[in-house]
Write a protein that binds this ligand. Structure first.
Ligand code: UTP
Length: 271
């Protein structure tokens, strides 16, 4: 049963500087709604009951977004505005589901995941990277179905342009399970074009096993001196854990760059 999701939010967001020097990119509106709310809706709609946000002191504004009760109460008292009341109700509903943990040094995605160790209850949990929006079809929901069918770890995947492989975790598959799902053989973090085993990329949705924490707690820094979740996944694959690459059918929007962010708003506004 997948009932918990984690969302790493403690990165520096250097691709969106200078904006991210003072603001959390995940709160930027995409077609009028903060990006993080699309991610929360995907979680809720896929049956997730608890969501763990990994933030840093620098990104406390994200917590404030959900904990500004006095502010709302005062305004609602003064102005009985139905829009504000329903927005506040929505925030309260989210707040009930979210726990915050801190990663104050951005040592990598693997290190961020490790911060949630003592909160994860079941054998598997979901992880969503908030820069990656997937619209039109709930990717997490489809992945949970695949997880139930094969009882294994699952990652969202997509074919990318050969020239762009160094931006992603790239994998090679062992065998196809069906039209949309394959068993992964090898995965490598941001390889050069020369070293890339394919042009199949991992996108920011993962169903991970709890045992990944044991691997992460012993893991040495990898590329760029960071602890990457991809390296922990490769160690698990080497130890015979099955990882399925799920070719999702929704539309992928990259909100981690300014160009992608602008395009995302345009795409969503046309839905
Ligand atoms: P990235 O490294 O891809 O993005 O992390 P970033 O740090 O947000 O932005 P750039 O690359 O500098 O522009 C992927 C996800 O993992 C989180 C980030 O917040 C992002 O959601 N992350 C990354 C952490 O929580 N901690 C880290 O140490 C690193």
């Amino acid at each position: 049963m997948i009932k918990q999701a984690i969302i790493p939010l403690a990165g520096l967001g250097t691709r969106l500087l200078p904006l991210t020097s003072v603001f959390a990119k995940e709160l930027l509106p995409i077609n009028g709604k903060p990006g993080i709310e699309y991610i929360l809706e995907e979680c809720i709609d896929s049956g997730i009951k608890e969501i763990i946000f990994i933030i840093s002191q620098k990104k406390k504004i994200i917590k404030k977004y959900f904990y500004n009760d006095q502010f709302y109460k005062k305004i609602i008292k003064k102005k009985k505005d139905n829009r504000i009341i329903s927005e506040y109700k929505k925030i309260l509903r989210y707040k009930k589901m979210i726990k915050f943990v801190y990663q104050n040094k951005p040592l990598g995605t693997g290190d961020a995941v490790l911060k949630t160790k003592k909160y994860i209850k079941n054998k598997y949990f979901l992880m969503l990277l908030p820069d990656d929006l997937i619209i039109k079809k709930n990717c997490s929901k489809s992945m949970i179905k695949i997880h139930k069918k094969f009882n294994s770890s699952v990652m969202a995947s997509m074919t990318v342009k050969k020239e762009s492989v160094s931006r992603w975790g790239i994998f090679k598959f062992k065998k196809h399970l069906d039209k949309q799902n394959s068993l992964i053989d090898d995965v490598i973090e941001k390889p050069s074009i020369k070293k890339a085993p394919s042009n199949k990329a991992v996108i920011g949705r993962y169903i991970l096993p709890k045992k990944i924490f044991t691997v992460l707690s012993k893991q040495k820094p990898g590329k760029g001196g960071e602890i990457h979740i991809t390296d922990a996944i490769q160690s698990l694959i080497n130890n015979n854990e099955n990882f399925i690459a799920h070719r999702f059918s929704g539309k992928y929007l990259d909100c981690g760059t300014m160009n992608g962010y602008i395009k995302s708003t345009l795409k969503i506004s046309k839905l």
